[in-house]
Design a protein around this ligand. Sequence first.
Ligand code: NAP
Length: 266
Amino acid sequence: MKDFYRLADLKNWEEPRIRLGVVGDPVRQSRSPAMMNAALQACCLEMEYARFQISPDELAEALPLFVAHNFIGLNFTIPHKIAATARMDELDEFARTVGAINTARIDNGKLLGSTTDGPGFAQAIREEFALELRGLHILLLGAAGGAGRAIAQQCALEGCARLVLANRDFSKAERMAVDLGVEAIEWARIESLGKLDLAVNATPVAFERKVGAEYFYDLSYLRAVSSSHSANGLSMLLHQGALAFEKWFERAAPIEVMRAALAGRA
Ligand code: NAP
């Protein structure tokens, strides 16, 4: 298997064992193949999961090729989560509300879109900090991105006590805040927020500023963790991946095998 495949490879497809993959730009950094291939092997599913380097202007051409080559499912990562939503044949109710997807199941030639980022995030917060979203005061940075939207909906769904949305393009955060009935804050003013339970970084850039949050969760799993009250996105990667596996195969995911593969123990 190659490190990653491109649109040109899909047009001339010669890898029938590959039936699943992650689509992104860039995608080389993705750790999903290690986790998913360990899960496939543990469940004796004779197929493989690969990376696909597809740019935004190639996405429309790439999607029907995955269908034509008998793929079972896909994951979408930065920057495709919002654009891919419009290219699905069907969306589940949560994905329709969120307006972003990270998972597609291919069934009878149809692309069925859903998002496991929201529940995967909730499970990660439970596991990392022993916290439920319900009742928390939360600041969400990058709220209008694909993952940010899913997390905002999940926080609202689970009844957090206060949700403050921040986004580089403030007008997007403002629109979302109206729809969700929560607050939006300008990026420059986030230090002025009072005491918070949890700050979440759903942008691709490191967040160095001081906000009054007891816990900090950074969705990127490439950045190191600095204290026991902060965690990076590896736990969310695991849980959103396990939920995607369950959507594709309608069976429980071998979560400890996937965890070990991500930790490099497999
Ligand atoms: P996305 O849809 O492209 O959204 C990016 C978000 O970040 C938008 O809110 C964007 O603001 C903001 N942003 C981009 N560059 C910025 C900058 N220089 N300064 C401030 N804000 C900036 O991306 P995504 O798919 O949601 O992914 C976002 C991050 O989460 C990535 O690092 C991704 O790897 C990570 N992620 C991790 C997991 C996991 O399982 N651990 C799952 C999903 C995502 P604008 O709206 O103003 O452009």
